[in-house]
Design a protein around this ligand. Structure first.
Ligand code: ATP
Ligand code: MG
Length: 656
């Protein structure tokens, strides 16, 4: 205490009068130039307000766009999602795809026919002209089929990709709107899986599967009819192998189903585990737990491997068996054909056509079972996407929502009861509190008392089970959420920064804010000094979650972010807890000058912080136990007196 002024300041905060000085150059220009100098010209990039002339000329010279950009996201707000309707909206493209698939199937089936013509009329009759005619027509058909195949692949690929994008956008939009409680419950890694693997398998079914299946069924029927017309006995022989074929397929189907579901579940466990381990990588290193994370991950991937191996074993038995049956069919047909030709009931050309047809006869069935494979996977995925899209909104807004305009910020919590979903104890048990417009109220109480929960109710992350939260007399449930939240400044207990520049982070709630406004907000809460020292200043790129900044610096940025939206209601949950006392008093002073016409609810463990508020609310076990100024509470509330006693053991920390 005697030797170090810094120590005294850290312990007791600052007593000096706090003036927020604005230097001359800022007054005129709005921003401090040297705090906006990014290396590598980032500043230029960001500050582009008008398109440079050369670029504008370049854009004007571009040829007109040939593809339509609007990928179908119409009907996104339809709360009842259904895959059928979703697919139906793409019917034109899918219909065109189907038509091309049909053409391709017909062209393929024509091959054996022309072979027979060529052999029977040309080769066996010794007529070169007839052979050339058959071959020529066949060649033309093959050429046409080439064009059809190219178009088919393109059209179907395009449709599949567009469907995939529409679905992803749809799912993402839903994810952004899901209630906060959903994320209390679900692991991010699992949600990621839905976004990637599940949407992919659905689109792959559409892209390769459904059209392929339609083509297969048609080809199969067509070939069967063609064979039957040519020779009924031989068709009977070929059909013999159909019996084991259908049996094998049924068995495979039944066995494979379970392992697909299992594999799906396990891959999302793997992703969730990966995500968790990566976000906790600092902790695992600090506690020397890499080995355990490693074996845990090995266990998860092993589980996935086992599930995949189960289906792989089935596949490895099933598909070769199909191959075998098709070859067996060919052998039987050749044998039977020999006798039929001997009895003059069959021409050699017909036999060759038959063998060629047999190849076309089995491959659609094989393709069908491949599609079935896709279908199994996609069905599981579709179910999961459906579940996600059908996730109920826990904080629905009354229709029609009230558009209140600019609020004044008078808040009343009336007999508020709340428990978190899936928990069986009440966290808030009859909270009553009225806050005047423009008042600053501090919430204090022991850990777990429910302070953060009250703040979250005020931000309407959750709706009360009983009682109500009103602002200016409007129940929060009836207000238009967008309009309400635009007037809300919220700094949560765990401050979050996005990857990007400091400027982007401060302007998160109002991206259109000018640089001058951003700097003003930063100055107002005293963040400007440290920002100006960073390389690039406001254009400094921060890493993921702001890992390159100190905890206090992150809080200052979050405060500036809340400051910039000029909220009517400011919610600060331990928003200054990571600041030293001196910095905190600067922030508090600055905020109170700016807090005019703004209701502020701040949660504080440091009673000194709470003391600066107009009133202090003491919470205990989900109830408000006392309300008043510091002096009133010291006199009236034993609970508060006890907390203060514990806090003020250090004489130096008790301001005179
Ligand atoms: N998402 C959640 N799901 C279930 N229970 C929760 C959830 N969040 C908080 N709780 C429980 O609600 C109670 C109150 O939590 P809350 O975060 O409101 O406490 P607090 O007063 O802010 O504590 P602290 O001072 O430590 O921040 C705690 O017992 C906690 O276990
Ligand atoms: Mg809390």
């Amino acid at each position: 205490m005697a030797a170090s002024p810094l120590y005294r300041r850290l312990l007791a905060g600052t007593d000096e009068d706090i003036d927020i000085e604005v230097p001359e150059d800022v007054r005129s220009a709005g921003i401090t130039e040297q705090a906006w100098q990014a290396d590598g010209g980032k500043r230029k990039q960001l500050a582009i307000m008008e398109t440079p002339k050369e670029m504008a000329a370049g854009i004007a010279a571009l040829p007109p766009a040939r593809d339509r950009a609007e990928v179908d996201t119409v009907g996104d707000d339809d709360p009842h999602f259904s895959f059928r309707r979703f697919v139906w909206r793409h019917r034109t493209a899918l219909g065109l795809g189907l038509f091309l698939v049909l053409l391709d199937a017909v062209a393929t089936a024509a091959g054996p026919y022309f072979s027979r013509e060529g052999i029977d009329n040309g080769v066996l009759n010794g007529s070169g002209a007839a052979l050339m005619l058959s071959a020529g027509v066949f060649f033309a058909v093959v050429l046409g089929d080439l064009a059809v195949s190219v178009a088919m692949t393109l059209v179907n690929g395009r449709t599949g990709e567009r469907l995939l994008m529409a679905l992803k956008v749809r799912v993402f939009k839903r994810l952004l709107r899901l209630p906060v409680s959903f994320y209390d419950r679900e692991m991010v890694g699992q949600v990621m899986t839905r976004m990637t693997t599940d949407t992919d398998s659905f689109s792959s079914l559409l892209q390769n599967g459904l059209l392929q299946a339609a083509a297969s069924v048609l080809t199969f029927t067509g070939v069967l009819v063609a064979m039957g017309v040519m020779n009924i006995e031989l068709t009977g022989v070929a059909a013999l192998v159909l019996i084991p074929f259908v049996l094998a397929t049924t068995v495979f189907r039944r066995l494979a189903r379970g392992s697909y579901v299992q594999a799906r579940e396990r891959i999302s466990d793997v992703n969730a585990g990966l995500q968790e381990s990566l976000s906790g990588v600092r902790e695992s290193q600090a506690f020397g737990q890499q080995g355990r994370r490693h074996s845990e991950f090995k266990r998860l991937t092993r589980g996935y491997l086992d599930a995949r191996m189960k289906s792989q074993r089935l596949i490895s038995a099933y598909f070769p068996f199909l191959e075998f049956l098709s070859d067996l069919g060919a052998a039987l047909v050749l044998g039977a054909g020999y006798f039929l030709i001997g009895r003059n009931e069959l021409t050699p050309g017909e036999l060759i056509a038959f063998v060629l047809y047999l190849g076309l006869f089995f491959s659609p069935i094989q393709q069908l079972s491949g599609v079935f494979d896709d279908w199994q996977q996609a069905r599981v995925s579709m179910q999961r996407i459906n579940d996600l899209l059908a996730e109920p909104d826990l904080t629905p807004t009354a229709a029609p929502a009230i558009h209140p305009g600019r609020l004044t910020g008078r808040i009343v919590l009336g007999d508020l009861w709340f428990r978190y979903p899936g928990v069986d104890t009440d966290v808030l048990r009859g909270v009553d509190l009225a806050v005047e417009a423009g008042e600053t109220v501090a919430l204090i109480g022991e850990t777990g008392a429910g302070k953060s929960t009250v703040v979250k109710m005020l931000a309407r992350f959750y709706d009360p089970d009983r009682g109500s939260v009103t602002i200016d007399g409007f129940d929060l449930r009836k207000l238009d959420p967008q309009e309400f939240r635009r007037q809300l400044g919220y700094v949560p207990q765990e401050a979050f920064l996005f990857p990007g520049t400091i400027r982007d982070n401060i302007a998160y709630g109002r991206p259109e804010a000018t640089d001058a406004e951003v700097e003003a907000a930063a100055r107002a809460i005293g963040a400007h000094e440290f920002v100006a020292k960073l390389p690039g200043g406001y254009l400094h790129e921060i890493g993921e979650r702001g890992g390159s900044l100190s905890a206090g610096q992150r809080q200052l940025l979050c405060l500036a972010r809340a400051q910039l939206v000029d909220p009517v209601l400011l919610l600060l949950d331990e928003a200054t807890a990571n600041l030293d006392l001196a910095t905190e008093s600067v922030v508090s002073a600055a905020m109170s000058t700016l807090a005019e016409g703004r209701t502020t609810i701040l949660v504080a463990h440091r009673l000194q912080t709470a003391r600066a508020a107009d009133r202090i609310v003491v919470m205990d076990a989900g109830r408000v136990v006392a309300v008043g100024t510091h002096e009133q509470l010291l006199a009236d509330s034993d609970h508060y007196a006890r907390l203060w006693q514990a806090f003020a053991v250090t004489p130096a920390s008790r301001p005179a």
